[in-house]
Design a protein around this ligand. Structure first.
Ligand code: UDP
Length: 327
């Protein structure tokens, strides 16, 4: 059996990746410290609890499974927190990833798929961002991911570490079978917060700023379905296995939606009102992040099947009503 080490496999994107890997015939081994993940989300392969910065524990896990590749999702990923506690982002994300990369190289596991972010690009208004766009992250989250990209390039040159870097735009939706879904505590993301507001699980949604330079004044994001996103990761793994070398790919749809448009679409999909009020801008937010994703389509053969705003919200709503990891 071919084992793949999935860091963060107990989290939102990692758990969906484990399902996609299992469906493609791999054994996903989840490595997660459960700081933000859920053991109940580990359903498709073995679980090994551990921290990214624990080199001895990582060595043990590499020796036990001899994984053919690493998929590295584990990270702190909240923009607001990154603004107030940048040190945690550098320590956990950057130091943790360096420790993981060194352990992988020592174990001769030289295929590495990394979850990076469009937050590495920063604010470049009215530009569709492609993989060659300059990277000017506005917060420690984006900066930490950019630094890890640099580490991967250095280890690629020095140790032959083959890597695929995926820069995600805004990930949304849930497994349509309802086996796994998005469940953050605390929750900070727009769509799950909106769904909570709809059914009264929390107060009204606050729209973070209506004075941006966009048609309705609210920020624009490019939303991609989590199932499409993880499909790209399986393609990335095949890319590495076939010896095509290291490559960066954006993962988005190329279509941007404002916060107000997402609210309107949610009202249409759920047939319920989204209680919301207007608040101040959130520090660290970019005005507009929209992907040029031609490369993933043309080179990987990636085809986003569920990434219409309507399907993403419908899948998230179904999970929201039926799924949870809390006892
Ligand atoms: N947003 C908002 N209210 C919220 C949460 C998010 O208006 O309670 C906005 C946020 O400012 C951004 C967009 O929704 O423009 C998406 O934010 P999210 O945190 O989901 O993802 P991010 O773009 O930060 O990765």
């Amino acid at each position: 059996m071919t084992h793949i080490l999935v860091t963060g496999g107990a989290g939102y994107i990692g758990s969906h990746a484990c399902k996609a890997l299992a469906q493609a015939g791999y054994v996903p081994v989840t490595y997660d410290n459960l700081s933000t993940g859920w053991q109940d989300a580990v359903k498709f392969g073995p679980f090994e609890q551990g921290d990214l910065r624990d080199r001895a524990r990582l060595d043990e896990v590499f020796a036990k499974y001899h994984p053919q590749a690493v998929m590295h999702f584990a990270a702190l990923s909240q923009v607001g927190e990154a603004m107030s506690e940048p040190g945690r982002y550098w320590a956990n994300n950057v130091m943790g990833s360096l420790t993981l990369i060194e352990a992988a190289v020592a174990a001769d596991c030289l295929n590495f798929v990394f979850s990076s972010t469009c937050a590495t690009y920063g604010d470049q208004d009215n530009v569709v961002l492609d993989e060659n766009s300059a990277q000017y992250p506005l917060n420690a989250y984006g900066a930490s991911k950019r630094a890890i990209e640099d580490i991967l390039r250095d280890f690629g040159a020095s140790h032959g570490l083959n890597h695929v870097i995926f820069r995600y735009f805004n990930v949304a939706g849930a497994d349509p079978d309802g086996e796994v879904g998005e469940f953050h505590r605390p929750e900070t993301h727009l769509i799950p917060l909106m769904l909570d507001a709809i059914d009264g699980k929390r107060d009204a949604l606050t729209v973070f700023g209506t004075d941006y330079d966009t048609p309705d004044g609210t920020c624009i994001r490019d939303y991609v379905h989590v199932c499409d996103l993880v499909d790209a990761h399986v393609l990335g793994l095949e890319w590495l296995k076939s010896g095509k070398g290291s490559r960066v790919f954006n993962l988005g749809t190329g279509s941007g939606f404002s916060v107000m448009e997402v609210i309107e679409k949610s009202q249409a999909v759920t047939n319920r009102a989204v209680p919301h009020s207007i608040g101040n801008r959130r520090a660290g937010d970019c005005t507009r992040l929209v992907s040029g994703s031609d490369r993933a389509r043309d080179e990987l053969g990636w085809n986003a099947k569920r990434s219409t705003l309507e399907t993403m919200i419908a899948d998230a709503w179904r999970w929201h009503q039926n799924g949870s990891y809390e006892k």
